[in-house]
Design a protein around this ligand. Sequence first.
Ligand SMILES: *[C@@H]1O[C@H](CO)[C@@H](O)[C@H](O)[C@H]1NC(C)=O
Ligand SMILES: *[C@@H]1O[C@H](CO)[C@@H](O)[C@H](O)[C@H]1NC(C)=O
Ligand SMILES: *[C@@H]1O[C@H](CO)[C@@H](O)[C@H](O)[C@H]1NC(C)=O
Ligand SMILES: *[C@@H]1O[C@H](CO)[C@@H](O)[C@H](O)[C@H]1NC(C)=O
Length: 349
Amino acid sequence: MRILLVLLPLLAGVAAHKEPKTPQEIEVQRALQAAAYHCAPAVAEFTAARKRSWAQKVLAGRPALPGYEELFADGTYAEGISGTPNDEQTLMSCSPVHETRIQNNTCVLAPEVTEGPYYHTVGHPIRQNIAELQDGLLLLLDIGVIDVETCKPLPNVLVDIWSANATGHYAGHPFPSPDLANEKPQVGGKRSGLLSAFPRSLPQQTFLRGAWPTDANGVAQFTTIFPGYYTGRATHVHTKVFPTWTTHPNGTFTSDALAHVGQFFFDDEVNLRVDNMHPYTTNPIRDSYGRTRNWRDSLNIFEDSHGPEGKYNPVFKLDLLGGVISQGLVGYITMGVNASARYDNFWKG
Ligand SMILES: *[C@@H]1O[C@H](CO)[C@@H](O)[C@H](O)[C@H]1NC(C)=O
Ligand SMILES: *[C@@H]1O[C@H](CO)[C@@H](O)[C@H](O)[C@H]1NC(C)=O
Ligand SMILES: *[C@@H]1O[C@H](CO)[C@@H](O)[C@H](O)[C@H]1NC(C)=O
Ligand SMILES: *[C@@H]1O[C@H](CO)[C@@H](O)[C@H](O)[C@H]1NC(C)=O
C-alpha cells in the first residue's frame, strides 16, 4: 500500500517561468546534473538489466506478445536474470544491451526542464495503462528512477507522465491560458513555431496521462501510444516525479512534493517512421507546419534536456516489441533525481 501523507497547501504565488533563473536555482540544477552524471555506470547496469529482462519476457522465444498483466507481474525484474537479448530486434540504443561499461551517452535524463502548459494539477489518475481508446502505435515505457545521491534505484516514488495523442491533442485542455489565447505560430525566437492555442480537447477527457509508483527495483512501467505532434514542439512525453502523494477516492492524486520535472524524446528517425503510419498521417498540421524536428524544438527544450554540458540523453532507447515497428515499441529511460530535495515548481510553463 502507498504511504498517504497529509497534503500541505500548494505553494501559491511562485512566479511561473520556464527556466531556473536565479543563481540559487541555476546552482541547484548544476549540482543535480553533476551528481546524476556520476551515476552513469550504475544507470548503465540498471538499464541493461531491464533490457535483458524485457528481452527475455517479450522478445526471446515467445511467439506472441504476452498480455500486459504478465509483463507487469511481480518478478519482471527478478534478480539473476540470464539470457541474451536478440540483437537483431534492437532498433537503437544509447549503448548495446549487454554493455555495462561507462559510456558518456548513458541514458540519464537531465533534470528539470519545463512542464509546459498542459499539466492537470488535479486529475492525473494512478494507473499503468494510460492509452484508453486512443488509436496509435503501441508504446510500452520502462522508466527507471535513480537517486543521484546514492546512485541506487529509487523505489516507491510516483512517476507521472502525460503526452499528446496521435494527432497532437492533450486530454482535457479546452482553453488556452488567457495570455496565450490569441497566439499565432511564432516565426522566430525561442518560441518559434509554437501555437499554444492549437492542441485542445474536451474538458472531461483523461487519455494519455497517469502516474504509477516505482517498484522495489525503482521502475515504473506504462502502456501508452506513441505521441503525435503539434505546432512548434518536438515529439515528447512529459514527466514529473513525486516522492510523496495523496490519493483521492476518484483515483487521482495530488502532491506538493515535486522532485523532478522533465521531458522524454524519440529519435528523429523513429519519428519519421511513425509519421507515415495511420493515424499519425491524419495530423491536421501535417501539410502545413509539419512535425518539428528535435533540433528545432521551441524554447530549446530538446537541447536543454541534454543538460548544460550536453552529457545527458533524454531520448528513449527503443526496442521493437515484435518483428516490425507496427507491432509496437518498448522505450527505456532512466531519470536521475535527488530524493531528498523538494522543489518549488520554478520550471512551470
Ligand atoms: C566522457 O566524459 C568525461 C567527462 O566529461 C571526459 O573526461 C571523457 O573524456 C569522456 N569520454 C569519452 C570517451 O568521450
Ligand atoms: C485526439 O484527440 C482529439 C480530441 O479528443 C480527437 O478529436 C482526435 O480524434 C484524437 N486523435 C485520434 C487519432 O484519435
Ligand atoms: C478527483 O478528486 C479530487 C479531490 O477531491 C478533486 O479535486 C478532482 O476534481 C476530482 N477529479 C475528478 C475528475 O473528478
Ligand atoms: C539534494 O537535495 C538536498 C536537499 O535539498 C541538498 O542538500 C543536496 O545538496 C542535493 N544534492 C544534489 C546532488 O543536488
